[in-house]
Design a protein around this ligand. Structure first.
Ligand SMILES: *Cc1c(COP(=O)(O)O)cnc(C)c1O
Length: 497
């Protein structure tokens, strides 16, 4: 199976090449030329496997230049029991009124990003070998908080790689910041940027297109690579957990083979929900994909307006910072799929987004999107109210991002009367966003740093995840803060690690 750029189908490469380079030379995103299909027999066979087996199977259908042995060994190591606190890598928790919470945060950094970023280093280093790349891969990451830590954890001390993470100085939670600045490993570097996530992401994109930087790195035996969700190696592992969730629904007797489910996803860069859309196109009986946003509701408006995307709006800093995004990169892949792989159309729309900050999709293309997706948003007050109510009524403690999805799902159900069982992606542990969760459940934030973890534990009785509890014993290693326009020079630091 080959991969083509969303902006020019003549840019056609192998899976290994797509993963090794991250982004196409025309600025487009690589997509597979076809979507492999799962039959009911395939799904039944997957029901008998554990998460690792399901992941290796699903990946193998997309990454045809990798062997089954390779993928099985990668999955065994990426999703090892000691990294995910046991064999139940992505547990499904049943709540009232059709809600099934898919907890994707049992990995080493307590956010769903681990599901992909524990796997990516194996896929990437193997891809570099397969494509004959001998230079050190320098992974640059712009993060709204969770990706940075998950990428650091995935790539720390991985042979043949270096990693540099940029985070917005005022855009991440106390715990997220602590997680990043205490990261261990010889090949890691962390740097704060004055600005918001979109500033950090644009600055990093600038490095990727700067010829001078590429030349200097090359002279020093290095080449750039990406761990952001534009990389297919990030997206593919995420498809597996939607397939796996359907298997768990079957195994737990919640549905029968062929019964539809909905999926509701708290969305930022549109990677997670796009993975669900791929799972649907593979044949998993997913009816509606419900896209949940916080006050940065550019996607809600896109779906509700029938296809107008407009990033010209105020940027809100919210209690669900990993969704504080106005440019949802992976929407580009949805446009490509929904238009029947119309690369010229996608290139034109992305050009308009770049120059005017807005575009409108042709109604004939939007028709295919509208029948698959629904969307909604909520503000911080509603997020807090949802956390409080869920904890009181169902004894379930949710983080802010998951709460956004739960609220949007409840609104969707009330508005449409659709009672199809719905898998809601839970994307982070509540302990990553202590201040907001403490306030939501009626506490007053009195402490700072890792004492917040203890306070939330005392208030709710919920256990502190082991990787977060371990933070209190660590000393910060990185304190660099730079201006946005100094980001190019900051790449010189790569030579010091
Ligand atoms: C990254 C992230 C999201 C958004 O996911 P996308 O794939 O970017 O849409 C939502 N919640 C949390 C906790 C995250 O870390």
């Amino acid at each position: 199976m080959d991969y083509v750029s969303t902006r020019n189908k003549n840019n056609r490469v192998s899976a290994a090449k797509a993963i090794a380079t991250g982004i196409a030379p025309d600025g487009g995103l690589y997509c597979p030329t076809e979507i492999p299909k799962l039959t009911e027999e395939d799904i039944l066979a997957l029901c008998k496997k554990d998460y690792r087996g399901r992941s290796a199977d699903v990946l193998g259908r997309f990454l045809t230049d990798f062997t089954a042995e390779e993928l099985e060994s990668f999955a065994a190591r990426a999703y090892a029991d000691e990294k995910f606190g046991g064999p139940d890598t992505a547990p499904l928790v049943k709540l009232a009124d059709g809600k099934y919470i898919l907890e994707l945060w049992h990995g080493p950094t307590c956010a769903f990003k681990d599901m992909a970023l524990q796997m990516l280093p194996y896929l990437l280093t193997a891809s570099l070998k397969k494509t004959g790349e001998e230079r050190t891969a320098c992974i640059l990451v712009a993060t709204s908080g969770d990706t940075g830590k998950a990428a650091l954890e995935g790539f720390a001390d991985v042979e043949g790689t270096k990693i540099m993470v940029y985070y917005p100085v005022d855009g991440v939670s106390t715990i997220q910041k602590l997680q990043m600045v205490t990261q261990k490993g010889k090949n890691v570097m962390v740097c704060a940027i004055r600005g918001n996530f979109d500033d950090a992401q644009s600055a990093v994109k600038k490095i990727f297109t700067d010829a001078e930087t590429a030349k200097t790195l090359d002279e020093n035996g290095m080449t750039l690579s990406s761990a952001n969700s534009i990389n297919w190696g990030r997206l593919a592992p995420q498809i597996a957990y939607y397939v796996s969730a359907y298997c768990d629904m079957l195994n737990q007797g919640e549905i029968k083979m062929g019964d539809p489910i909905n999926v509701c996803v708290p969305t930022g860069n549109f990677g997670n929900i796009l993975a669900a859309y791929y799972a649907k196109n593979m044949g998993v009986p997913i009816a509606k994909l419900i896209c949940a946003s916080n006050e940065n509701n550019v996607l809600t408006e896109f779906f509700q307006s029938g296809g107008t995307y407009n990033k010209n709006r105020p940027f809100h800093t919210t209690s669900s910072p990993s969704m504080d995004i106005l440019i949802s990169s992976n929407l580009e892949r949805l446009l490509f799929l929904a238009s029947g792989y119309n690369d010229a159309m996608v290139a034109e729309l992305m050009n308009q987004l770049n120059t005017d900050g807005t575009y409108t999709v042709d109604p004939s293309v939007f028709a295919g999107i509208g029948e698959n997706f629904d969307a909604g948003c909520c503000d911080d007050a509603q997020t807090q109210e949802t956390i409080a109510r869920l904890f009181k009524d169902e004894q379930y403690l949710s983080d802010t991002h998951t709460a956004v999805a739960i609220k949007v799902y409840e609104d969707y159900r009330a508005r449409t009367g659709d009672t199809t069982p719905t898998v809601i992606a839970s994307t982070a542990s509540p302990f990553k966003f202590c201040q907001s969760v403490i306030t939501a459940v009626g506490g007053t934030v009195e402490t700072d740093g890792t004492e917040l973890l203890d306070q939330l534990h005392e208030l709710t009785g919920a256990p502190v995840p082991a990787p977060l509890a371990a933070l209190s014993g660590l000393t910060p290693r990185f304190n660099l803060v730079i201006n946005r326009d100094a980001i190019l020079e900051s790449t010189e630091l790569l030579q010091t690690i």
